[in-house]
Design a protein around this ligand. Structure first.
Ligand code: ATP
Ligand code: MG
Length: 224
């Protein structure tokens, strides 16, 4: 597929350890409401903010992402961060994506839990300048807290949308921060790993092919 042809691209980064139905539901809703033409799922290589215990190998996490999104041609798995085999910084990843898609508006999609840590990101002000953010709600967190972590000029650029509203004025949100209130699923990879280690059911929490992959490769058995 020729690059540079999308008007709006979403980036969904994460450890995806493993990818789950909460990620997929959020991505589907955003795709639909914001009218993105592509969402890149980007598993991180060495996550800057997490320890490595219970972390599946990068290729396993990438394979699970591929399996999970196989049914939706607008979703794409990106090995960009995994291929660098070093710490993944959003500012670097964003630069690479901007080079590859110079004519696209780029939307960084993050859960509110992740956004609340944005000030710990390397060169976060540059990241905020170079793309738009879609911050999605997550059970246990308050979406409005995004405003508290931003000060001054960034606050002027925060917009709040409910999931029953259409977001049509794309120009308005260029380099903005969109707080996107969705009915997020109460699912986390941490809970899935805990359940697997305790031999509990994870049915419905991950797509079936991901579940089969986890079983086949005996991931998250509580031995790491
Ligand atoms: P972990 O428990 O290991 O941190 P996680 O479930 O938070 O895993 P990540 O890979 O850390 O998954 O998340 C990637 C991105 O997806 C983050 O921006 C996170 O906020 C968002 N996200 C994760 N789960 C959900 C969910 N259930 N609903 C909405 N967004 C989510
Ligand atoms: Mg997380």
């Amino acid at each position: 597929m020729k690059t540079g042809q999308y008007k709006k691209i979403g980036l969904l980064g994460g450890t995806f350890n493993p990818i789950h139905s909460g990620h997929l539901k959020a991505a589907e809703l955003i795709l639909d409401k914001i009218g993105l033409e592509k969402i890149l799922f980007i598993p991180s290589y060495v996550p800057p903010h997490k320890g490595l215990t219970d972390m599946a190998a990068p290729y396993h996490r990438l394979n699970m992402v591929k399996l999970a999104i196989a049914g939706n041609p607008v979703f794409e798995a990106s090995s960009l961060e995994i291929d660098t085999e070093g710490t993944s910084y959003s500012i670097i990843t964003l630069g690479k994506i901007r080079n590859r898609y110079p004519y696209s508006t780029i939307f960084f999609i993050v859960g509110i839990d992740t956004f609340l840590e944005i000030k710990t990101w390397k060169e976060y002000k540059k990241v905020l300048k170079q793309c738009s953010f879609i911050v999605i709600s997550r059970p246990g967190y308050h979406l409005e807290d995004a405003i508290k972590v931003m000060e001054g000029k960034y606050c002027r650029n925060i917009y709040e949308y409910q999931d029953d509203q259409e977001l049509q004025d794309a120009a308005k949100i260029k380099n903005g921060i969109i707080l996107f209130r969705i009915q997020a699923l109460d699912i986390s990879s941490t809970d899935i790993r805990r359940r697997l280690a305790a031999k509990e059911m994870i049915k419905g929490l991950v797509p079936e092919p991901v579940h089969a992959y986890i079983k086949k490769h005996r991931l998250y058995q509580g031995t790491s």
